[in-house]
Design a protein around this ligand. Structure first.
Ligand SMILES: [Zn+2]
Ligand SMILES: [Zn+2]
Ligand SMILES: [Zn+2]
Length: 275
């Protein structure tokens, strides 16, 4: 996988979030190329917002709009695009879908596929947020909204890391969002689509607080890309090197650095319950 090459932490077993400490994670996070890019774009945008500063109320409104639109946009993308069943049905979109969501559900502990891909996230966020900011407050509004959206993106990605790290957060907020996101991964994937913000789940009826509120989903790890679907639409399966699985994900555990090689038994017994 091209994205993993420049980073030493990705070449060893530490890409497995089950085996990382919070310190390892903070280091990995702030040296990750996409996060470095978000911080860079964010700093430049906020500097431009200061340079072009005009109507502070409009700039504030633009940032507020980014705070509302971002979680709503994520909710829509996650529910209606990442969890829809059309992206694996075409060879044109199969590899993107595999990278941006299938692999993450197949192995939620793999840091290499935990982050959104920069090439998808940045144009999407900028393409939605900057025009909204511009409509509200001109170029100063656009710069302020985009800069703020980069802060939100980093916050999202960091919280998502914490959710998959083998670590119990002390803060109530982090504990709650971690529980809800892990139930999306280990209990029923057709709900709890938010990462840090479950307002839209609440509004559209996709929030479930406890595992008992929803049946256990048989497609929670394969997102509906079952063995039968893999026969009809083989592209994702081919790219996975035949490691497609339906049960508790362990496929990357013992072939660090070579996803796609023959899956092996886990090195250690599973001592932790999730979801
Ligand atoms: Zn996740
Ligand atoms: Zn998902
Ligand atoms: Zn696990």
């Amino acid at each position: 996988m091209a994205v993993s090459a420049p980073f030493s932490f990705l070449k060893n077993r530490k890409h497995n979030l089950d085996r990382m400490t919070l310190g390892d994670l903070v280091y990995s996070f702030f040296t990750y190329y996409a996060v470095v890019a978000y911080i860079t774009v964010g700093v430049i945008s906020l500097a431009l917002a200061v340079k072009w500063f005009e109507n502070p109320l409009r700039m504030l409104l633009a940032m507020l709009a980014a705070s509302v639109v971002f979680p709503f946009g994520w909710y829509l993308v996650h529910k209606h695009i990442l969890h829809s069943r059309f992206l694996y049905k075409s060879p044109l979109t199969a590899s993107t879908w595999k990278r941006i969501h299938f692999d993450h559900h197949q192995d939620p502990h793999d840091l290499r596929v935990l982050f959104g891909a920069l090439a998808n996230v940045l144009p999407t966020v900028a393409g939605v947020i900057a025009p909204i900011g511009y409509l509200i407050g001109g170029k100063a509004g656009a710069a302020a909204a985009l800069g703020w959206a980069m802060v939100i993106t980093c916050f999202y990605e960091f919280c998502h890391c914490i959710q998959h790290l083998n670590y119990t957060p002390k803060s109530r907020f982090l504990k709650d969002i971690k529980r809800l996101h892990l139930s999306h991964h280990f209990h029923n994937e057709q709900g709890n689509y938010g990462i840090t913000n479950y307002f839209w789940d609440r509004l559209f009826g996709t929030l479930y607080e406890k595992s008992g509120d929803r049946p256990k989903s048989p497609t929670v790890f394969n997102l509906g890309y079952t063995a039968e679907e893999a026969q009809r639409y083989p592209w994702v399966d081919r790219l996975s090197g035949g490691t497609r699985g339906d049960g508790h994900p362990r496929r990357f555990w013992d072939n660090a650095g070579t996803p796609g090689s023959t899956p092996q038994a886990p090195a250690e017994p599973v001592t932790r319950q999730e979801g």
